[in-house]
Design a protein around this ligand. Structure first.
Ligand code: AMP
Length: 391
């Protein structure tokens, strides 16, 4: 693909989606001299609060989409639940980066896993499409139990999935998730979850952040450790996988690749997200150019600087009312870097903000030190299972 002309200062970047990823992208865009225009059905959204303009309306309404496209110079998205058809309508009117073909693949777990195996040549857990209970029985016999049954579309933060441990789990899980289209995935007994975020420009230039470790609580990202405490070969393998996937997608924009490191040190891709990602929030404070700046640079056709890291970092999400309520103590703790997303209501499971704590390079503390470094959030940090009992 040939290089695109750089977007000039004061041009307008349209962002589909009004959440915190759009908010932090818009803040990065503002620093580069761009205006952002947000498309979202939500009034007073986190992204619109910090942007020059917003269109409040339905993502699938052609009149709304045309008005939005008219008002902007280039379009990107911060979440994946707009239909690919909606994004194609936009792409007929203005450049959309990444393109609708990328969204089509990442929106559907079957398309995604098939693409990852067949086109990108990277390994995933074994999987099977499930349309009937008989399909599920046959796939469970082939892949073995435990296994994970997931909806192929619109799942996030563990929603729309069930862990199948025994034969009697099959029928109830199928009944709970059908008639949605489903996929069964072999269970990966992972040592840890990691991710790599890579930016790719229209000229094919790439810039990848170091692999990080991600720890979830109740299926929601809780903690990111940057860099991941993994062997250099594993980090290199993870980076190579992310670059292969970005190239295979012919991506222009940002891509997060979530992976498992299994007990034998092999790296398997779990899923991809063609947008800024929660596991990259640490880059705002620990890197000269954050994932959000990389995203905006790729979308705007600016050169991509190296994804260098000046510090190690721990990022802790602030999830739900209890963690959000620690705000006064958080802002009173030296060394904790606070980020709040402007959401009025702190519902359980809702990501309200995050905090970052920086360390000298090579200076990430051990488990106890990480919790202590998070001050008022120490009690909310769980020690991973593998670390209990002194292992
Ligand atoms: P997902 O929505 O696919 O990212 O899944 C949410 C979480 O469920 C992941 O972060 C993992 O902790 C777990 N998980 C998903 N798929 C698998 C799998 N095939 N094997 C083991 N754990 C999984």
């Amino acid at each position: 693909m040939s290089a695109q002309a750089p977007l000039p200062p004061n041009a307008t970047i349209g962002i589909v989606g009004g959440g915190q990823l759009g908010r932090m992208s818009a803040l990065a865009a503002a620093r580069l001299g761009y205006r952002c225009h947000i498309l979202t059905p939500e009034e007073d959204s986190p992204a619109a609060q910090v942007s020059a303009a917003a269109t409040i309306g339905d993502y699938e309404d052609p009149t709304i989409l045309r008005a939005f496209a008219d008002a902007v110079d280039v379009i990107t998205f911060e979440f994946e639940n707009i239909s690919a058809a909606g994004l194609e309508l936009l792409a007929a009117l203005k450049p959309v980066r990444p393109g609708p073909h990328v969204l089509r693949i990442s929106q559907d777990r079957m398309a995604e896993k098939s693409f990852l195996n067949a086109e990108a040549g990277v390994a995933t857990a074994p999987f099977a499409l499930i349309e009937t209970l008989d399909d599920l029985r046959a796939a469970a016999a082939r892949l073995g139990l435990p296994a994970i049954l997931k909806t192929t579309r619109l799942g996030y933060d563990g929603k729309g999935q069930a862990r199948l441990a025994a034969a009697e789990d099959l029928a109830p899980a199928f009944a709970a998730l059908a008639p949605k289209s489903l996929i069964l995935e072999g269970f990966v007994d992972f040592a840890r979850e990691i991710s790599v975020i890579v930016a790719r420009g229209g000229d094919g230039a790439v810039s990848a952040f170091d692999a990080v470790e991600n720890r979830h609580r109740d299926h929601i990202l809780d903690l990111t450790l940057a860099p991941a405490p993994i062997a250099p070969e594993t980090a290199a393998a993870a980076a190579a996988i992310a670059l292969r996937v970005a190239d295979a997608l012919d991506l222009v924009g940002l891509l997060a690749v979530e992976m498992f490191e299994d007990r034998d040190g092999r790296v398997l891709v779990n899923e991809i997200a063609p947008r800024p990602h929660n596991s990259g929030h640490w880059t705002i404070d620990a890197c000269p150019a954050s994932q959000f700046e990389m995203h905006i640079r790729a979308v705007a056709g600016l050169p991509l600087p190296p994804a260098a890291r000046h510090s190690d970092a721990v990022m802790k999400n602030l999830v739900g009312p209890e963690e959000a309520a620690l705000w006064p103590q958080i802002v009173a703790t030296p060394g904790l870097i606070p980020h709040l997303y402007g959401k009025k209501e702190a519902r359980p499971g809702r990501k309200m903000g995050h905090v970052t704590r920086l360390f000298a390079k090579g200076g990430l503390p051990g488990e106890y030190g990480i919790a202590q470094a998070l001050g008022p959030l120490a009690a909310a940090v769980r020690t991973p299972r593998r670390c209990r009992g002194g292992n």
